[in-house]
Every structure is written in structure tokens, then in C-alpha cells.
Design a protein around this ligand. Structure first.
Ligand code: DHE
Length: 548
């Protein structure tokens, strides 16, 4: 097993590293070392996700000093205070940052950013911990949980996940994971659950144990968002992969123990202009069902990598020129095509995972597509489509996904219609459902951000903008205190219930609301003191089989 004793996760989140003020230039605002350290912490917690550690920009604008110094202190101060309709949060007027903190941040970004340390094999192995060795794990399932219908629920601010039963709503376990957990993914067999924290800590959880718990852990960097496991026939449960934001790299690990096997840096040239980018972050990673490959989105350089995992010593990678600022995405209903958002470029990129090449790049009519894994369904007029909503406006875009049966529509935006409002993050349906659900958690209006739009798929038409039903999910949750946002619809295995997170502040009550998909009526409100800041929910079966 790995050297557990050396493992100290709290030492190495980006916000906690000790940094020094990089060479000040004449006229730079004066900052004490202490203030600079505090600015760095706030920057990593609040700003780096969108603007990048080195501030080269992605979902957020670049904040390199050539730009910030041109804009000046007053401009920066008011931008941080009031935000912008393009997506910059209003940190001041929302009360999330104090006046002192805003003053500090406006001065901070006038200085050059510090570069955090690297995280190679030495550090990874030090952090690696096999809690229960494979030979000490159960040889058969030791519980009577219907694993395929479990929901792994992110408890964002408590750094945990909850495993909630999809039929009884019972909470089977609450498990400590990394800081601000981002996603859960499931091994091909359905036995192992992989969870990654924003601090790049990966937890591998064995769902066969009497009470499911962590059997291995590793820290793959200092800032991360994605984890996945090998799904190709013959390679089920063999490898896991995690992608990091900092350092910009991915690592392939042993699927039984998380032993790190191969680390690849993603630093390199931007796909079109071929200039060097020091921080091309790894966004979504999916597992191909057609080839023994991981599909890796490299955000800033705009490349999609197809990483062949059959021979790690002679690693073969296909590098596809796509578009800058790749973010999330999912497979079409046949699992052959990967459709992903280049979100700050308002584009969708389609990859043929069977042939291993680019199929199309399509501009969406909306601003900043943000699909999650997207939603696949058969449109009455356009045939099979995949849908995304958008961060920047209320539009939903449909892209044709059937090059055989509906060649004219394939990989084109066949329709755009309107849901509740801007600030949508996720959209969802299920093969058994006639409903398309669209959330709007980042909408500035409290009522909108606590509601969900539902479209009847069978009533969609090429000729008219569809009507939708608004579900007041937040109201149904019956939470008196705070301003919860409703985020990320997720279906149960049967596809007859859909779950929504009612995401409130850390010190306030949150909930999960379960809706009957046939009647659109409230079925259950799940509340529990342990349900702190629920965000993503991942049904074991739907996640491992890519049903969405
Ligand atoms: Fe996410 C998926 C990155 C903010 C909840 N998020 C993803 C993926 C990426 C990503 C790259 C795709 C992973 C994959 O499929 O392998 N998210 C980022 C960011 O960079 C960003 C914009 C800013 C940040 O600082 O993190 C960000 N994300 C958020 C949130 O604020 C959300 C709403 C709450 C949270 O938990 O932090 C959030 N992201 C999610 C969820 C998914 C996700 C629930 C998985 C959706 C799915 O259905 O698969």
C-alpha cells in the first residue's frame, strides 16, 4: 500500500500554499506579504476556476497585469463589486466579499500572479493511500443495497458525498472526500465509485462493503474537476483517470488501488495559433465505449485528446484540433459521438469516438453552452437530437445526432427555444421520459433560480416555440431561511423520478426534491441535517452506462 502516514490533504490546497510577491514593478500598489497571501487565497477560492491560476482567462476574461494595469484600480474595484451580465458575480453587492476584501483584490490583481508548485510522481505517491487492499475487500456484495439505483450526492461545502437509496430515500452512508467535491463517476462493473474534490483528492469507494467506504485515495494535483474509469470491453475497472486544473495534467491510475501509473502534462501549443499556453487545464474526461481510450478535453489549448490505455509505456494519443475553452459534454444516445461545449466560444464540438476524429464544430445560437452531459431524445420533427442549455441566456439548443436516418440535420443546430432565464447549468431527460428539464441556478432572480422549466418532448415542433411548465422546486422544499438555488436534475434508474438539489448556504437548511416524472407532482422532500450544500447527484446506473 501507499505511505499513508505522509498524507496530509489539508497542507496542499491551492489556497494554503505559501507564496511570495513576484517582482513588483514601479507604481504597483503596496501590499504586505500578509495581504498578498490573503489575496492569493481569495483568488484561488473565488476567481481561479473561471480566470485560471495564471489569469490567462477562459470562462472569465484574462486578468494578466498588462490588462489590469490598463484598467486601473477604480475600474477593477467596481467590476468586482457589481459584476457583469456576462457572468462575473457581483461579489460586493451580494455580500460575499467585504469592502476590505474587494479593495484587497483590486490591488492584488494589479500584481503578477504567483505560480503554484508542480505535482509530479513523487508528490502523488506520497499522497497515495490504499486504505483497504484489494485482497482484503469482500469477494461478493455484503449489503442489500440496490447499488444500481443509488444516488451519489455531492455535499459541496462539507467535503463529503451522501449515498442515498433511489427507492427508499434512505441515506446509506455519508463519506468524507476532498474539499468542494465536484463529480462522482462509477466503474464499468458498478462496484467502485470515484469522487474528485476541487483540491484534486480522489476517493475510491467500494459499494460492495457492508457500509460502502473509501478503499483508496490519492491527490493528483492541487486543483481538479474530473475523474473517470475505463469502460471498454476487456478493460472494465482496469484503469482510472483524473484530470487536474493545477498543475495542468492528467494521470492514469490502477483501477483497483489508484496507484499512479502515468502522468501527462497538457502544457503546450494552442491548437490554431500555435503559441505556448502555460496552463491548459483538463476539463471533462469521458470513457469511450468504442475504443480502449479516454477522451480528454484540454480547455485553453482547445484540443481533445484520445488517450489509448492499452499500452501505457508506449502511450499513443490522438490529438484533435477542436476549439478553445472546452468544458463539459456527453455522448449521443448511440454512445458513438462525443458532443462538448467550447463554452466561451459559443460552440459545440462533435467527435466520432469510433473513427477517432473530429466530426463537426457548430456555433450555437445561444451564449455560452453549458450542457453537463447534455440530454438525448427523439424530437418529433428532427429525429434524434442532443440538447444543451446556456449560461449566458435562456436558450436551449438542439443538435441533430443521427447522420444515418436524418443526414440533413446531423450536427447542425436544428432548433433553439427558450426556457426560464440565463444562468442555466444543467439539462436532463431519460429514455423512459417524455420530459426535458432545464434548471437556472445562476439566474440573479431568486424565484427563477429556485425553479425548473419542463418541456414535453412529444409536443415539441419545428413550427412553434414550445410552452413549458414551471416547477417551483424551491418552494416545494419548504425552506424558510436563505435563498436556495435549484440545481442539476438527475433521474433514478427506472427513469420515472427526477431529483433536484435545493442548494442553500452552508449554515442553512438544504434539501433534495424528488418529482414524479409522469405527473410532474412532488413525490418526496429529502431533508437531513447531514445534507449540507447538495449540488451534483449521480445515479450509479445512469452514470456508468452513460444514460442521459
Ligand atoms: Fe462544475 C461538471 C468545471 C463550477 C457542479 N464542472 C464539471 C466538469 C468540469 C467542471 C470540467 C466536467 C467534469 C467531467 O464530466 O469530467 N465547474 C467547473 C468549473 O471550472 C467551474 C465553472 C468553476 C469552478 O471554480 O469550479 C465549475 N460546477 C461548478 C459549480 O459552481 C457547481 C454548480 C457546484 C459545485 O459543486 O461546485 C458545479 N460541475 C458541477 C456538476 C457537474 C460538473 C454537478 C457534473 C454534471 C453531470 O451531470 O455530469
Amino acid at each position: 500500500s501507499g505511505p499513508a502516514a505522509a498524507y496530509e490533504p489539508s497542507m496542499t490546497t491551492l489556497a494554503e500554499i505559501q507564496v511570495e510577491i513576484p517582482g513588483r514593478k514601479d507604481g504597483d500598489p503596496v501590499m504586505t506579504q500578509e495581504e498578498f497571501q490573503q489575496g492569493t487565497e481569495i483568488y484561488f477560492q473565488r476567481c481561479a476556476g473561471c480566470h485560471g491560476v495564471l489569469r490567462k482567462g477562459a470562462t472569465g476574461k484574462p486578468l494578466t497585469t498588462d490588462i489590469t494595469r490598463e484598467n486601473g484600480y477604480d475600474y477593477l474595484h467596481s467590476f468586482i463589486t457589481y459584476g457583469s451580465p456576462a457572468g462575473m458575480p457581483n461579489w460586493g453587492t451580494s455580500g460575499e466579499l467585504t469592502e476590505e476584501e474587494i479593495d484587497l483584490m483590486a490591488r492584488y490583481i494589479l500584481l503578477d500572479p504567483p505560480a503554484p508548485p508542480e505535482w509530479g510522481m513523487d508528490k502523488m505517491r506520497e499522497s497515495w493511500n490504499v486504505v483497504v487492499a484489494p485482497e482484503d475487500r469482500p469477494t461478493e456484495k455484503m449489503n442489500d443495497i440496490d447499488i444500481d439505483n443509488l444516488m451519489s450526492v455531492t455535499l459541496r461545502d462539507s467535503g463529503q458525498i451522501a449515498l442515498i437509496d433511489g427507492a427508499t430515500y434512505e441515506m446509506h452512508a455519508v463519506i468524507d472526500t476532498g474539499y468542494a467535491v465536484h463529480i462522482s463517476r462509477i466503474s464499468a462493473s458498478g462496484r467502485y465509485l470515484f469522487v474528485i474534490g476541487r483540491d484534486a483528492l480522489v476517493n475510491m469507494i467500494d459499494l460492495w462493503m457492508e457500509t460502502p467506504s473509501t478503499v483508496a485515495q490519492i491527490k493528483v494535483g492541487m486543483e481538479a474537476r474530473s475523474v473517470e474509469t475505463s469502460k471498454m470491453e476487456g478493460y472494465e475497472d482496469k484503469y482510472a483517470i483524473a484530470g487536474a486544473y493545477w498543475p495542468p495534467q492528467y494521470v492514469i491510475m490502477d483501477g483497483d488501488t489508484l496507484e499512479p501509473l502515468k502522468i501527462k502534462s497538457t502544457r503546450g501549443m494552442i491548437y490554431d495559433e500555435q503559441t505556448y499556453h502555460p496552463e491548459p487545464r483538463v476539463a471533462a474526461i469521458l470513457s469511450s465505449h468504442y475504443r480502449p481510450e479516454f477522451i480528454v478535453n484540454v480547455k485553453e489549448t482547445g484540443k481533445i485528446l484520445l488517450v489509448d490505455y492499452t499500452d501505457l509505456e508506449n502511450l499513443t494519443t490522438t490529438e484533435i484540433e477542436a476549439e478553445r475553452f472546452l468544458h463539459d459534454g456527453g455522448l449521443d444516445s448511440t454512445h458513438r459521438y462525443f458532443i462538448t461545449a467550447a463554452n466561451a466560444r459559443n460552440k459545440l464540438v462533435v467527435i466520432d469516438t469510433k473513427e477517432g476524429k473530429l466530426t463537426a464544430i457548430t456555433e450555437t445560437d445561444g451564449l455560452t453552452p453549458h450542457p453537463g452531459r447534455g440530454a438525448n431524445f427523439v424530437h418529433p420533427d428532427f429525429g434524434p437530437v442532443w440538447a444543451t442549455s446556456h449560461l449566458g441566456d435562456e436558450s436551449v439548443a438542439l443538435i441533430g445526432t443521427d447522420p444515418e436516418g436524418h443526414a440533413d440535420n446531423a450536427w447542425k443546430i436544428v432548433d433553439t427555444f427558450y426556457a426560464l432565464g440565463g444562468g442555466s447549468l444543467f439539462i436532463k431527460t431519460h429514455p423512459e421520459s417524455d420530459n426535458l428539464y432545464v434548471d437556472a441556478p445562476l439566474n440573479p432572480d431568486a424565484e427563477t433560480s429556485a425553479s425548473v422549466a419542463v418541456f414535453k418532448i412529444s409536443e415539441l415542433s419545428a413550427d412553434a416555440d414550445p410552452e413549458y411548465t414551471t416547477l417551483p422546486i424551491g418552494e416545494w422544499a419548504g425552506i424558510a431561511d436563505g435563498q436556495p438555488r435549484v440545481v442539476q436534475p438527475e433521474f433514478n434508474k427506472a427513469g420515472d423520478e427526477v431529483w433536484f438539489s435545493v442548494w442553500n448556504a452552508k449554515d442553512k437548511e438544504s434539501a433534495i426534491v424528488v418529482v414524479d416524472d409522469k405527473t410532474l407532482e412532488l413525490k418526496e422532500v429529502i431533508k437531513d441535517p447531514r445534507l449540507i450544500t447538495p449540488t451534483g447527484k449521480f445515479n450509479v446506473y445512469n452514470t456508468r452506462a452513460d444514460v442521459y
